[in-house]
Design a protein around this ligand. Structure first.
Ligand SMILES: [Cu+2]
Length: 128
């Protein structure tokens, strides 16, 4: 009677191993379905939001209150910007060195900017 019992115990690990091997094909069958859903769910709403907010360009006027070469920003006390539904405010815009060189603190400026995912980026700026 002892010998069959030992055999059973010895077989159990193999049986479990067989079970887990069988479950793997089921998981990998689900993978293609999940990856097919992802682009459809992700692309459609993001495409719409990106088109409306990200990349939108607008023009505004204001006064330069700070230029930060280290951060790469120009801070502007700007008037309302209807194109992007902004009230008047003081805020920092990302700006390349070529744009930062064109103005100094206290200058009244007109400028163009683009909405980026990291903030708003000045695309053109000139002293009034
Ligand atoms: Cu603003």
């Amino acid at each position: 009677m002892r010998t069959p019992t030992r055999l059973m115990i010895a077989i159990i690990p193999f049986a479990l191993a067989a079970c887990s091997e069988q479950s793997e094909p089921e998981q990998s069958e689900n993978m293609p379905m999940a990856s097919q859903d992802m682009p459809m769910n992700g692309a459609m709403p993001m495409g719409g939001q990106m088109g409306e907010a990200m990349g939108q360009m607008a023009n505004a006027q204001g006064t330069v209150t700070a230029i930060d070469d280290e951060a790469g920003t120009i801070t502007i006390d700007h008037g309302p910007v209807e194109a992007v539904d902004w009230p008047a405010m003081t805020m920092a815009f990302e700006a390349d060195e070529s744009e930062r060189m064109k103005v100094k603190v206290g200058d009244e400026v007109t400028f163009g900017f683009r909405m980026a995912d990291s903030g708003s980026e000045i695309t053109s700026i000139e002293k009034k």
